[in-house]
Design a protein around this ligand. Sequence first.
Ligand SMILES: Cc1ncc(COP(=O)(O)O)c(C=O)c1O
Length: 379
Amino acid sequence: MEGSRSYSADPGMRETQLVTAGFVPPPYPYDRLEGLRAEAAGHPDGRGLVDLSVGTPFDPPAPAVIAALATSGTERGYPNSVGSPRLREAAAGWLARRFGVEVGPAQLAACVGTKEWVATTPQWLHLRRPDRDTVLYPATSYPTYAMGATLAGCRAVPYGELAAVAEEDAARALCLWVNSPSNPTGALTDLAAAAAWGRARGVPVLSDECYAEFTWDGPPRTILEHGTEGVLAVHSLSKRSNLAGVRAGFYAGDGDLVTYLSEVRKHAGFMVPGPVQAAAAVAFDDDEHVEVQRQRYRRRLTLLAEALGTSVPAGAFYLWVAAPDGDGWGLSADLARRAGCLTSPGEFYGPAGAGHVRIAVVQPDERLAVVVDRLKITA
Ligand SMILES: Cc1ncc(COP(=O)(O)O)c(C=O)c1O
């Protein structure tokens, strides 16, 4: 970066712009919901707030995973930054079982949940390729893709369709993000096309697959099914195993990229705590608890989609509802008042999403039933 120039996100969250002043972190999206929270909590039927805003799991983790947290005996020493052999074997075993994909030990490494990985990877890629300064990410998406570019002092450039990415932007790109199933839309991405696009241009494709187990339209999928060259898949136990509080994930794929990133991350001190690594290995070894969770989300999506007259998405556990008049904040306010539920205005996921609302079906069935009931009464 020259002189005092840096890139910063605007208060509306996403449009990254060149500024001459120092970086001012924008308000955290969910911190902007306080007014709506009070409105929803004050619903006159007295049954309280139903929080469907943040995608934080409500359901319990598997007991064997929690037991492993307390019994690993790993508290004393520093853990491996790359992940213990046991954790990496379990993660690789899950990839093989779930997706039929084989990765070697040098092709997979641990991360401390995936948000930190999403937020920091652009700066490591930029250090390696200072001649490139652009992060490409889906126009309607998880806000941390754009924030990672900003934190790296780079350009965050949204794309609608891959075919519409300008070749000048591709030539400057450090990476291209894909997210399938998508938060917030639930849409599935053509991962074969994304891998091919990146390889043709020498742009690493980073595939955020943290909702991969929650795919409703066909089987779970990973970009690694289309080869590992030039691509990384990023996985998390936060959603798969209701473990957002323990912070465990991994990235896998291109051996050269994994080696580079895991070496940098070791220098920077990123380590998944030992007890968490032990628990994560137990979680990756087990698929039964995931099947139970899949059924819960599927049931809740159907329940709420019917009540709102919308359809179940292709994946993930969000309903992405179009506001009748194109005003997402207005629809969120209406749902807070009528149904006592807190939802996320689509603008949190980029200006292209401003006409929608995201509803996370993370609350238990009986709380969703309260929302459905209130909607019926006010219909
Ligand atoms: C698309 C996407 N990627 C990554 C994350 C980060 O999850 P975690 O840091 O818990 O692994 C989230 C969390 O909501 C997400 O929705």
